[in-house]
Design a protein around this ligand. Structure first.
Ligand code: PMT
Length: 403
């Protein structure tokens, strides 16, 4: 778990969304983080320190002068202890104070004293959030390097529908994970990741597709974001997967040709492509305009070859690093090595999609990494997240060597 033993300070300020801090703290603890909460006085009107203390197992401080011995010289000690500092929810008041350099309570003093990355999750009435003063304060803090979670839109406690809701706790916790764990390994690098399967239409209601869930590709996109890269995720059909937080842009595509157009349009400016998508090699030559009626006992479909996207990228490779996958059911290393060479790749991830715990759908995979110099790295069965982190690290090493 990425957040295992990470020190998170969760600061809660006084808005109706303060009750969600309990779920955020609980999810952080479940993901292995050590959580210490601090609150503004106003926050205690919405949720009690006792609730947060029971969830986190740590004392909760509200005042600069509380008798909480574990937080000796509270604000300085906590500020140093934090791997990430989160304010959720953050009111207009707290944001305004920090932007103005006012440190007059435990939350504002501690945030001012910390060198840890700070994540602020604003939650307030729409008009307040859109007020130019609040927007200026947010911009100022962003420019100083504070990170923000955009509030969600929907029904607000004040009765209106608009922007200003605190996003769901799971999303906030995903952002906290990114804030606490992001490295500079691929900072400044543009990465394209493909995931999911492509679909080829037979008629307006039917298609030819494959079993790809998108999990492998999405795990790679997340790992690349955690390595600090600017990630473009080209997604075919998936099991309705959410875009990993921090992905710069997601482009949803249907067919192989649509995937090719999306990848090609970002290729020249990118540094690394990782193609985990399961791509249809053939398409129906003449898809029917109307639904095909079931009149005959058999049906023939004439198929024509799709472009091989990765092969095309390999042909015009310049400074880019190219990582492909090979989904095989027999002779995995042999076929994988042939694809590595034919497509002019820097690394190939070969997986036996017929093996138990590998390939399509599940949360685990078993892969062998193949390199042009003949190096073969056999990996054990592991989660797709773990495998993704290894793939991204190996790709970063290849980029390092090219410097
Ligand atoms: O999505 P999941 O459910 O998590 O499953 C993961 C996975 C099994 C899909 C993944 O691990 C995987 O193996 N992806 C590659 C699937 C595939 O299309 O393999 P291939 O051996 O047919 O293609 C080789 C490489 O060329 C792949 O990188 C593929 O993206 C690319 N390709 C293939 C055909 C084509 N027309 N254009 C391509 O770019």
């Amino acid at each position: 778990m990425l957040l295992e033993n990470k020190h998170i300070v969760l600061a809660v300020s006084g808005g109706i969304a303060a009750f969600k801090a309990a779920s955020i703290a609980s999810m952080l603890c479940k993901r292995g983080a050590v959580v210490k909460c601090i609150m503004t006085h106003n926050a205690t009107a919405f949720i009690t320190p006792l609730t947060l203390r029971e969830i986190t197992g740590n004392p909760v401080a509200v005042s600069m002068f509380d008798d909480v011995t574990e937080f000796n010289i509270e604000h300085i000690a906590l500020a140093r202890w934090a791997d990430a500092f989160v304010i959720a929810p953050a009111t207009a008041d707290v944001i305004g104070k920090i932007a103005a350099g006012i440190a007059d309570d435990l939350v504002t003093t501690t945030v001012m004293a910390t060198k840890a990355p700070v994540l602020i999750a604003p939650a307030m009435n729409s008009n307040m959030f859109l007020n130019p003063i609040v927007q200026d304060n947010i911009k100022k803090l962003r420019d100083y390097g504070y990170q923000f979670v955009e509030p969600a839109s929907g029904h607000l406690a004040c009765g209106v529908i608009g922007i200003g809701r605190l996003p769901e706790p799971e999303e906030i916790v995903d952002y906290i994970e990114l804030t606490a764990c992001r490295t500079d390994r691929l900072k400044g690098k543009k990465v394209i990741v493909t995931g999911g399967g492509t679909r080829e239409s037979i008629d307006p209601v039917r298609f030819i597709g494959n079993h790809s869930s998108g999990r492998m590709g999405f795990a790679i996109a997340k790992a690349a974001v955690l390595a600090g890269a600017d990630v473009t995720l080209v997604a075919g059909t998936t099991d309705h997967l959410k875009t990993p937080v921090g992905v710069m842009r997601r482009i949803d595509v249907g067919s192989t040709n649509e995937m090719k157009d999306a990848v090609d349009s970002y290729y020249d400016a990118c540094d690394l492509v990782i193609k985990a998508a399961a791509v249809a090699d053939y398409r129906v030559a003449h898809p029917a305009k109307n639904k095909i009626k079931k009149s005959e006992e058999t049906m023939d479909l004439k198929m024509e070859k799709n472009p091989d996207i990765l092969y095309g990228l390999g042909q015009r490779k310049d400074h880019q690093t190219l990582v492909g996958f090979a989904a095989e059911t027999t002779n995995v290393i042999e076929y994988g090595t042939a694809k590595l060479k034919k497509k002019n790749l820097d690394m190939l991830v070969a997986n036996d999609v017929a093996a138990k715990g590998a390939g399509f759908q599940g949360t685990t995979n078993i892969a062998t990494l193949l390199f042009p110099d003949g190096t073969v790295e056999k990996l054990d069965k592991m989660s797709k997240d773990e495998l993704a982190a290894i793939i991204v690290e190996r790709a970063a090493q290849i980029i390092d060597k090219k410097k």
